[in-house]
Design a protein around this ligand. Structure first.
Ligand code: ADP
Length: 275
């Protein structure tokens, strides 16, 4: 089922010389993982802000669950969509981890008791229960992003937008948070939209959308996009390890399947050949 429908969307900031987004058409399915990739400044964050109604289109239409995003639906849209940003430091407002998770709940007419419940379960979901009364300043980068994620989960959204949310983390913390997101997505039927340059994160997507020069340059499955080396190089995303390995094997005269294989698929294929 289409959860987010975008039609003929254009956008321009009051002071921008040209269109920041030019005739964007996109469907995002419920419970899917979508990666949005492209050069810095290509309009990815702007698109995410438009979906959440933080900005309004210059022209065109955005619908979330069949509801047009506009001034009248903003309250409902904000309940459905949670944002996790790049820098966890900028997301902290509370004196303790629990206060911080509580912050988003405060203006929502939720009873003290339910609030306590939601804080506890959100912290449990991200594995941060024992840090409940800790000051956020004493947490590692990965732990801070978990708390930021708990703050979003406490609001029980249907869609989570990650705007470069793992880019400031070390590789281990990044992998841990991706594993956690994969698990939460499955358990709670969440839709995830991730704006990212990280290949490991891109590979998790069901659909990848490439934005270049304000337009969608290409959208498709990981196989369709990650197999397109020319495109990846053009937008400054590296070549996936599996593709590099495939190229090396071809150079050495090994005949490999003529299609994109993820690292996992390539490993399986190689082990079959070696049997
Ligand atoms: P990305 O997320 O792909 O890096 P952005 O959506 O942040 O790209 O930015 C797209 C373009 O819009 C860039 O040229 C950027 O400079 C410009 N831009 C972003 N935010 C604003 C703003 N608040 N006012 C004016 N121009 C902006």
């Amino acid at each position: 089922m289409t959860q987010i429908k975008i039609r003929n969307l254009t956008f321009k900031y009051p002071d921008s010389k040209s269109l920041v987004l030019d005739n964007i058409n996109l469907d995002i399915k419920a419970s899917s993982w979508t990666a949005i990739i492209g050069h810095n400044g290509s309009g990815k964050s702007t698109l995410a802000r438009l979906i959440d109604g933080l900005l309004m289109p210059t022209s065109g239409l955005i619908e979330v669950d069949g509801m047009k995003v506009d001034e009248n639906t903003l309250g409902i849209i904000h309940q459905q969509i949670g944002f996790v940003f790049q820098n966890p430091e900028n997301q902290f407002v509370g004196a303790t981890v629990a206060d911080d998770v509580a912050f988003g709940l405060e203006n929502r007419q939720i009873s003290r008791l339910e609030m306590e419940d939601r804080i506890n379960s959100a912290l449990a979901m991200v594995g941060m229960t024992k840090y409940k009364n800790v000051e956020p300043i004493n947490l590692s980068g990965g732990q801070k992003q978990r708390v930021a994620l708990a703050g979003v989960l406490a609001l029980m959204p249907k869609i989570i937008i990650l705007d470069e949310a793992t880019s400031m983390l070390d590789p281990r913390a990044r992998q841990e948070i991706l594993t956690l997101l994969k698990k939460l997505k499955k358990e709670y039927n969440l839709s995830i939209i991730s704006i990212t340059h990280d290949l490991n994160e891109i590979e998790l997507a069901d659909k990848i959308v490439v934005i270049n020069d304000a337009k969608i340059a290409k959208q498709g499955s990981p196989a369709e996009i990650l197999g397109d080396k020319e495109l990846l190089l053009k937008i400054g995303v590296g070549i996936p390890a599996s593709q590099q390995l495939q190229s090396l094997l071809v150079e050495r005269g090994v005949t490999i399947p003529q299609k994109y294989l993820s690292l996992e698929e390539l490993k399986n294929w190689l082990s079959q050949q070696l049997q």
